[in-house]
Design a binder for this molecule. Sequence first.
Ligand code: ADP
Length: 542
Amino acid sequence: MLGLMQDYPLLVHTILDHGALNHGEREMVTLGVEGEIRRTTIADVRRRSLRVARALEKEGIRQGDRIATMAWNTERHVEAWFGIMGHGAICHTLNPRLFAEQLDYIVNHAEDRIVFVDTTFVPIMEALKERFPTVEKYIVMTDSEHMPATALPNAVAFEDWIDGVDEDYEWAKLDENTAAALCYTSGTTGNPKGVLYSHRSNVLHGLMVNQPDVFGLRSEDSILAIVPMFHANAWALTFAVPAAGAKLVMPGAGMDGESIYQLLDSEKVSSTAAVPTVWLGLLQYLEQTGKKLPHLNKVVVGGAACPPMMIRKFELDYDVEVIHGWGMTEMSPVGTTGKMKHATSTQDRESQLKLKEKQGRTPFLVEMKIVDDDGNDLPRDGKTSGHLLVKGPCVSSGYFKLDEDVLTGDGWFNTGDIANIDPLGFMQITDRDKDVIKSGGEWISSIEVENVAVGCPGVGEAAVIGLPHPKWSERPLLIIVREPGSDVGEQEILTFLDGKIAKWWMPDDVVFVEEIPHTATGKIQKMELREQFSDFEFSSPA
Ligand code: ADP
């Protein structure tokens, strides 16, 4: 027998309808690429999104067509998102940090028909335009006053394009499983792969992150969405913030410590989210200027492991709660958050700070387990490491136009991460499976060694890779970028590590470099480092 409840499809534009009707006056604030602050409201953003949808219809865009955006977090980008998805087309976010070859592959694979592009990225598109035969038009995310002279075919300023277009548009009537958005993984091995979200998965994910133990957004909140909309959907904030009726603040291109601080201060931001490198910039700025963070309550740190010293600085020096999160593009992307729970509330502060170093526990709607190489379930004892598998309504079941089975026989998605899970459900990533260091038959966690090493005074960034070793099969090499002005040396770093990690995890050598290579989503490119140091010989290969 079926239940007798309404068949009410979960569609992303209904989030905007709800936000506009119930929180229409709530502000959206953007630091524009020209350095100006622009203020609008949820109600206005909805009106302009409807005009985007109408304008797309006039261009002959049909349901299922792919429309790309290469843009910073701005209110115009939000309007483009809702307009594209609300018209039934698929919003394809392009990461401007990808290499030209990857962008070439992605735009052609997606067969994008229109590209929305910020003025900053016009040169990237101009350099590639000949390679994009499917792209008919470029909409530059600006007004006529700031429109650059450009060789892009059929280029028009966003404001001119929607000017005079009727907002009397009715959102497309769609099945909730209709594709809404497309985001390619950065493809460190092989071609990038397209993760295709549905309206249903985006709405559920938006609701999921609004649970109190995840991001816990409320209508009173002011949220600074630093994590880019082109990096795994700004971790759902574009949907979760209007759903909660909170104020959405967006930094445009301003990712440096000072710009972030200005927005935190002037917009009285209560919660914010970004990758660790952004927070390093902010913490450095605060230390240099002696400024404090009186309004900020919560900072979500994810995308890469949050170093322990960052947790301590935010919590102890600035009285800001750190929520360490983990996820991936294929998970929409949020998988876990490290919010304390009932059983940990009686722990002392030191134990809680230590627990926050783990990547956290799953909210309702994400299932997670670890398995051995043969797929057998492993215990949740906080010690045993295994391949991390996930399941849920916001987890990919395949990739766009790729006819390959990506799930295990019983429907689990292999994240490619190696992790342990403790009896309270807190998960800890020890490595990517392709980056694990196998020494004497045991695994060394490169992430843990890096975490400790960046706490050493004078160390700016640290990476640990495994290199072949005659006796132990692999041994760790620690690669360091010094902080500007520092002359920290190998011995100081090894002394600092001593006692903080297992003896046999101690790096066999420490090397100093000017720069560590990163992927388009800010991750250390271990593969490139392994190539770079392939001829390296340990000083004492005993
Ligand atoms: P990419 O396209 O670069 O893979 P994703 O954001 O999808 O970008 O990357 C997901 C991966 O990032 C995860 O599988 C994991 O390895 C890593 N990651 C994300 N958050 C964390 C974290 N808090 N700690 C450690 N690793 C993380």
